[in-house]
Design a protein around this ligand. Structure first.
Ligand SMILES: [Zn+2]
Length: 283
């Protein structure tokens, strides 16, 4: 657990979505990520607001590696081993639930992800050579030319990150496709109604033709309204945008922070070295 020592993990539900989000704070730096979960995070889990440092709870890891969980809002509840707590020491095997409906937190996967982020912060600090360089992004370019190129950089964690991005993207696209499907039902009712009405008239069925048309038109309007409402309240464009941003924020060279492109892990591996800092990839 080394990398997490002396850090803080803020935990909550992502803004505008229902995934679990964590932010790791260490030595004045912050990285956040969405943690893959089996089910959407329940509404009783408070949202994470990165700018205002608000979340459901936080885990504090002291320099010796002891972990404490703290409930962050009086309106929240956080449970440890079935007990409602304000602050309590926890262990990797502790049973943590969030909110009044006791959403079970996958502590193991939270700690695994958080440790990866903490290690990334460590690498960022190390590559900045003591952190005295202002402006962050492009340093490491000057000064450590030839010899650092021999250093390799471990990119194995990017494989899982890319997979997660692909899975989430597929889920959002599927939702969008279903919305289009609902919208495409409307003309079936409208046309179907007209065809039946014309048919009824042709075969001399009196009176009913009009009522059939009206029923079908009515159905068409109902479906249209439902589909309009679904599209109106649909957040998938926003979710896709956020997903992509988070991905671009995290899918980068652990050494120099250069974004490695919207390409699968195996293609990144084929690049053999980082186009930014020239370090060889180990994956
Ligand atoms: Zn690099």
């Amino acid at each position: 657990m080394g990398a997490l020592n002396g850090s803080k993990i803020l935990i909550g539900r992502e803004d505008g979505g229902s995934r679990l989000q964590i932010a790791v704070y260490k030595q004045g730096k912050r990285i956040y990520v969405n943690v893959p979960t089996m089910t959407p995070v329940a509404n009783c889990v408070s949202r994470l607001n990165l700018n205002n440092h608000i979340g459901h709870c936080e885990i504090i890891v002291d320099p010796a590696g002891q972990m404490y969980i703290r409930n962050l809002k009086p309106q929240n509840v956080t449970f440890v081993d079935g007990m409602c707590i304000a602050e309590k020491q926890i262990f990797p095997y502790s049973n943590v639930c969030l909110g009044e409906y006791q959403y079970p937190l996958d502590l193991n996967s939270v700690l695994t992800q958080a440790e990866m982020l903490a290690a990334k912060i460590d690498r960022q600090i190390a590559s900045q050579g003591g952190g005295m360089n202002p402006g962050g992004m492009n340093n490491g370019k000057a000064g450590n030319g030839g010899q650092s190129a021999k250093e390799t950089v471990d990119i194995r964690h990017l494989e899982q990150m890319y997979q997660y991005y692909e899975d989430e993207k597929a889920a959002i696209m599927k939702k969008k496709k279903n919305l289009t499907l609902v919208a495409s039902i409307t003309p079936i009712f409208t046309i179907g109604g007209s065809v039946l009405a014309i048919g009824a008239e042709k075969f001399g069925i009196q009176g009913d033709a009009k009522s059939i048309t009206i029923v079908f038109m009515g159905l068409a309007i109902v479906v249209m309204l439902i589909s309009f409402w679904l599209r109106f309240t649909d957040k998938s464009d926003q979710q896709l945008k956020e997903l992509t941003e988070t991905f671009q924020h995290n899918y980068n060279c652990p050494k120099c922070g250069r974004f490695l492109g919207m390409q699968p892990y195996f293609l990144v591996k084929q690049m053999k070295k980082c186009p930014g800092c020239g370090r060889e990839f180990r994956g």
